[in-house]
Design a protein. Structure first.
Lengths: 288, 258, 322, 258, 288
């Protein structure tokens, strides 16, 4: 049901078992913040290819550069060396419909939750040109439908500081989804949620993916989450990170929470655990 | 939004009244000549008596100030946005603007008079040129200090620089924009009046100049009170708008559960 | 009407009773009769009138001839020209309290005089000292805005003030003093500084391009001056009509003071109002050149033009206080 | 901290030079009378020629301005802190301060002169009274809009109000404090010069007054240039301090990986 | 090894099995934010007693009022009704040495991590009076020692925005500990960390608790974490929350990560899971 695929085999070749075009490609990309003696290497030379419509989960120790990879893909950070190609163009996130859920759910404090969530519709075409006309009707309904799905019905007209940490995180997810992006970048979107809310949202996200097949890059610390949602799991080494392992997860879809207690699933989890134990000690210079 | 607290407002009003009472008593006790500092009561009497005569001058000054102020705010916001966004603009414009602001505007009024004749136009221009700088500074600083995390939300969506400015930079800067309006409106009055004292046949500045050359000090102070009153009236209007627009920024006042 | 020539006219200061002639001329249609539309603005000082005209912002104005001399020395082609001399006598004076112990001008030595910067009175003090053999360096000057001079004098911060008598006299009145009883006046005119002072001047541009308008302007003002010499109340009515903020009672006294002390003089009676004597003017120029250390002494003809004056008969002024 | 970028600075300097060249050309082409607006080259020549005479006056004005400015900043910070922290102070002091600011200071100078005599004291007081308001406004706004989350960090430790003010409110407000300094220093110069023109025997205001009564407009402008120059010099000093103190707030400029 | 204790039994009586004085007491405390029609009930009438030296874990669905309880105890929020007594005095947090790790690790952006962490020493006696003298030596070493313990050695002179989400959270924990508080309020202190870093920190926290026996109130979504660390676990109902269940956890100390895979432990987890399933649906008005 599951096939492990070492990183070395994958490099340079198209994503095996997938004929879809490449949506995201990091080739030999590295990121160093700052210059000179104060330089901080955040990401070692990393290559990664994600085909269109893939669901990739990214796991790794704290501070290894997972968020940095998402920022590279979304164009918020430029690679210090190497190239990042998104949608066929070099860091051309601007041209794509990307939905990003930041690790820290930054809502604009002067807007109600509803308006915060509608923000992508205000910016991204084709919604942008309809925004003035529809923001009071269709778009607002759309935002509230999403809020309801994540269990925040009726909180649309609250302000961000009136929500709890977990509620904010859910609103943050809504904002990443509202403009039906072809590419989803999710940075620990369920970190502050209790197990059950989390599992509910897994299913919602999975349904959405099955229905629309966006390319998803999900950062998480929860291995069950990675295995439940991902079609591929990439494990990163400790800071400055690089990709240590890249495995495909072939459980049938739709997956259910019950499946996560099945032996296969538990075995995958154990396997990943083992990898991460390595990853925590492995610096980029260590394990190849 | 915090609710309107009548006790609070009453206390503040009482303190303001107290200020005038203290002034009155100070004048009475120190035997201050009303040729130097008239008592507030004298000023009020003069104000009431002369009000019909003052009225057209008040309107004149109010009109020129408001036009200058509105133009100044517009200019200030645009310049502030440019300076806040572009490093070159920051390095170029700031020294020039600080230099320009350090110049007493009274030296500039004659130039305006030459170009535009005496009257309303120089007053508008002086008000404008004196009031835009605080706005520039606060808008520029607000934009430069906007948390990058907030901007990233829009950047990740591929928003243009203008989108970011409009949706993040400016709203985030609103509290300081309103702060600068408080400074700008008072200086706009100063500018308009200044110009009127130099070159105009109407306006409160002219009244005050005439009054002062007649040593009619209570009338001079009546003019000052009118100016202060106009300034405060506009401040109150802005405060109301401010309360609506920037309530989010002062949320701590109503966050404590009650 | 379309044929009217518009003349931008600046007063020497804020509205004062002594400006009544201009308002009277306007109110009674004297300017209109000459085909002129005269727009009167308040001024910043009788010296600033010259700058305002030189800069092109105004065509004509009421201002100080000595400021013309000053500017004509360096910029003869730009300086305005006096076409109607109104204040025949100099208003420059030093005022002191009777209790100050200053009885003769010699007593100014070692004292502090309050002066407004750049006013002829302040600027000419060295000439005044020279001419009267005082030790100029022993007289200290403290600079202050004109409207602070009388309060500082009253308060005792200065021993005397370098003033225009027509301004200072009424400033003292307004400060509830008795300028005649408690104050002593030393008029520059009495101490060898026999200068001319304020009159109506026009720009060289107007002079060259529209001499007819200048002549009309002079005719109208002349008529008005003569008229209000007879009836100051009519003059005050016009002044109040222009600016209802003035203190009519004081301004009327100021108007009368101007006739009394500055306009009516033996010379005026001899040559008529508006004219000057060239030899006196030449002397006055000499004083200014000395006092301001000017590089060049302009000729009287550069400063004053009698070309536009109405005939002597029409300039017979009889002053009757009422 | 962003590194010093010479290309950037050179570009800005070039633009500033361009400004003066444009002014020079404008005067030449429009045939502007130097009685109204002299050419910068004339002004510079005058400035250099008269510099030995100007020097003591510059020192005088600089000294009074700096004293007034320092006192004004102190007063502004204290008042701003009080207003930012107390609702009653906000409601009471703001209207009074806005009213006071709307009054042209030139009307207040004579009072100072009559109380304290002519010279440095009124200049210091005028500089003070004109420059403290922008500081009050920005400090108060900064404190009022400090994120409650930041304050909670200290509150949870049982910190006193003063601790919170000192450790959170004021540091958070620093960028806007420096912004207001830019406004305040220019206005402090305006205030000192204003007072010098009214009553003083020394200082740039006095020089400009004399020059203007001599119709020496280039010298008047030389005075203005000196003022502008002093303003800019102080601005530069504050900028350097600002860069060190508030680097955290403008972090976005150096966050992009390179 | 474990004893479940229904909430009703506990109410009003002193904490069973503990003779220690009461450190924290909420009696009939409720919190409503705002007034009038816009009022938001955040916490239903809640009673809770925590003895000195207890380690209480608080679990419950997102938005149920867990953070609000911490804010009540630390005095950041006043109860709308009822009383909160801390250290024998009504909301007298000011008098106590409280260490609080906020859910959202708010570091002051103008201070380096080191200085941020030393903040409590600057405020709280007896350190306060020594601060000027020791901040460059002893206190700084103290901060760096803590940083090293959480795996952030060498990051002391970085600024908050130069750290990743998980790194910030660890720094946040250091700030809560540095002044050796008698009372620790931890709001999901390990939410953004990978499993292994998390488990390491569990042990560190447990050691600290065993050594100094501070009163700890820990909010978490991770049931394993609650069971590993807590001496008592309180389960809250959905918004507006109240305490549904209050159970003691009697596993021997020091507990090890290995123990969390033992059947007893897994059983406790399952039990708690069941409670939380209830809790999510139970509003305060529902289950008593
Ligand atoms: N703006 C920045 N300046 C300097 N260093 C930075 C900056 N942003 C991130 N870093 C560093 O880059 C490294 C990787 O950060 P990143 O946020 O990608 O980690 P992460 O894998 O997302 O960790 P976590 O799981 O804790 O969120 C960290 O060591 C961090 O200190
Ligand atoms: N300042 C506030 N104003 C209004 N409502 C608030 C405020 N703070 C919290 N709330 C509300 O109070 C409720 C409880 O919030 P709290 O932060 O305590 O939840 P929580 O249990 O910590 O949730 P999470 O696990 O998601 O962090 C939430 O419904 C929230 O919307
Ligand atoms: Mg991260
Ligand atoms: Mg919470």
């Amino acid at each position: 049901m599951m096939r492990m695929q070492p990183h070395s085999e994958f490099q340079g070749a198209p994503v095996p078992g997938s004929a879809a075009p490449i949506a995201i490609e990091l080739s030999e990309a590295s990121v160093t913040f700052g210059r000179g003696p104060r330089a901080v290497p955040a990401l070692s030379t990393t290559s990664l290819r994600i085909a269109d419509g893939e669901f990739v989960a990214l796991v790794g120790p704290s501070g290894c550069g997972k968020s940095t990879i998402l920022r590279l893909v979304s164009g918020l950070v430029l690679p210090t060396t190497g190239v990042v190609i998104v949608g066929g163009r070099e860091v051309a996130a601007r041209a794509l419909r990307v939905g990003m859920a930041f690790q820290n759910p930054t809502m604009l404090p002067w807007m109600s939750i509803e308006r915060n969530i509608m923000l992508p519709l205000k910016i991204v075409e084709p919604f942008r040109s309809q925004f003035r006309r529809l923001r009071k009707t269709e778009f607002r309904d759309k935002a509230n439908a999403l809020l309801e799905q994540v269990g925040l019905k009726g909180f649309g007209n609250r302000y961000p500081w009136q929500l709890s940490g977990g509620m904010l995180q859910r609103a943050n997810l809504c904002r990443a989804l509202i403009h039906e992006p072809r590419m989803l970048l999710l940075d620990e979107p369920f970190g502050a949620l209790d197990q059950f809310t989390r599992e509910e949202l897994w299913s919602i996200l999975q349904d959405l993916w099955i229905a629309h097949k966006p390319t998803v890059l999900l950062v998480t610390h929860d291995l069950r989450e990675a295995a439940f949602l991902g079609s591929r799991i990439c494990v990163m080494s400790a800071r400055p990170g690089r990709i240590l392992d890249d495995s495909r997860v072939d459980f049938a879809r739709p997956r259910t929470v019950a499946m996560t207690f099945e032996p296969d699933f538990v075995a995958l989890n154990q396997k990943l655990r083992a990898f991460i134990v390595d990853a925590r000690t492995a610096s980029a210079q260590g394990v190849a | 939004m915090p609710e309107f607290d009548y006790r609070q407002k009453a206390r503040s009003a009482a303190l303001i009244v107290l200020f005038f009472v203290a002034w009155e008593l100070f004048c009475l006790i120190s035997g201050m000549s009303d040729l130097v500092l008239p008592r507030p009561s004298q000023v009020f009497v003069t104000l009431v008596e002369k009000f019909p005569i003052l009225w057209p001058h008040i309107l004149q000054t109010l009109a020129t100030t408001m036009i200058g102020f509105v133009l100044g705010v517009g200019l200030g916001v645009v310049l502030g946005a440019v300076i806040g966004v572009s490093k070159t603009a920051y390095d170029t414009a700031y020294p020039l603007l600080v230099g320009f602001s350090s110049i007493p505007k009274v030296a500039v009024v004659p130039i305006f008079v030459l170009w535009f004749g005496s009257g309303s136009v120089p007053a508008v221009l002086t008000a404008l040129s004196i009031c835009f700088f605080p706005i520039v500074v606060n808008i520029a600083t607000g934009l430069a200090t906007t948390e990058p995390e907030l901007e990233d939300v829009l950047k990740a969506l591929g928003a243009s620089k203008f989108d970011i400015l409009w949706n993040v930079g400016l709203p985030r800067t609103m509290p300081f924009f309103f702060a600068s309006l408080k400074v700008a409106i008072s200086y706009a009055f100063v500018g308009a009046v200044l110009s009127e004292t130099v070159a105009s046949n109407r306006g409160i500045g002219n009244v005050m100049m005439t009054a002062s050359s007649n040593f009619n000090v209570p009338l001079v102070f009546a003019g000052l009170f009118v100016l202060a009153g106009l300034g405060v009236a506009l401040y109150v209007i802005f405060s109301v708008i401010e309360g609506r627009v920037t309530g989010w920024a002062t949320r701590k006042n109503d966050m404590v559960a009650t | 009407s379309a044929q009217e020539t518009t003349i931008k006219f600046t007063l020497g200061w804020k509205t004062q009773g002594s400006d009544a002639a201009f308002f009277y001329a306007k109110d009674n249609g004297f300017f209109k009769e000459e085909g002129l539309n005269v727009v009167i603005d308040q001024g910043e000082g009788s010296g600033a009138t010259v700058t305002r005209i030189m800069s092109g912002a105004y065509d004509a104005g009421f201002g100080d001839v000595n400021a013309i001399i000053q500017n004509a020395s360096t910029k003869p082609q730009d300086a305005p020209v006096m076409v109607y001399m109104i204040w025949n006598q100099p208003p420059f004076a030093i005022v002191t309290k009777k209790t100050s112990g200053i009885n003769t001008i010699k007593d100014f030595e070692g004292r502090t005089l309050g002066g407004a910067q750049g006013t002829p009175t302040t600027r000419l003090l060295p000439v005044f000292a020279n001419k009267n053999k005082l030790e100029g360096e022993k007289i200290k000057i403290s600079n202050m805005a004109p409207n602070l001079q009388e309060p500082m004098l009253i308060k005792g911060d200065i021993d005397a003030a370098l003033v225009f008598n027509i301004t200072s006299y009424f400033n003292l009145v307004l400060n509830r003093q008795d300028p005649d009883k408690d104050y002593k006046w030393f008029s520059f005119g009495d101490y060898g500084l026999d200068l001319y002072s304020n009159g109506m001047m026009v720009s060289r541009k107007l002079l060259a391009s529209n001499p007819k308008a200048v002549a009309g302007l002079v005719r109208a003002v002349n008529k008005a001056v003569i008229a209000i010499a007879k009836d100051q109340n009519a003059g005050m009515k016009a002044a109040l009509n222009y600016d209802n903020l003035i203190n009519a009672e004081v301004e009327k006294r100021r108007l009368q003071f101007s006739f009394d002390k500055l306009i009516v003089s033996p010379e005026m009676k001899e040559i008529g109002v508006g004219d000057v004597k060239d030899d006196r003017m030449a002397r006055a120029i000499g004083i200014i050149v000395e006092g301001y250390q000017l590089a060049r002494a302009p000729a009287p003809s550069e400063i004053f033009s009698r070309e536009f004056l109405p005939p002597r008969a029409e300039r017979e002024l009889v002053y009757t206080a009422n």
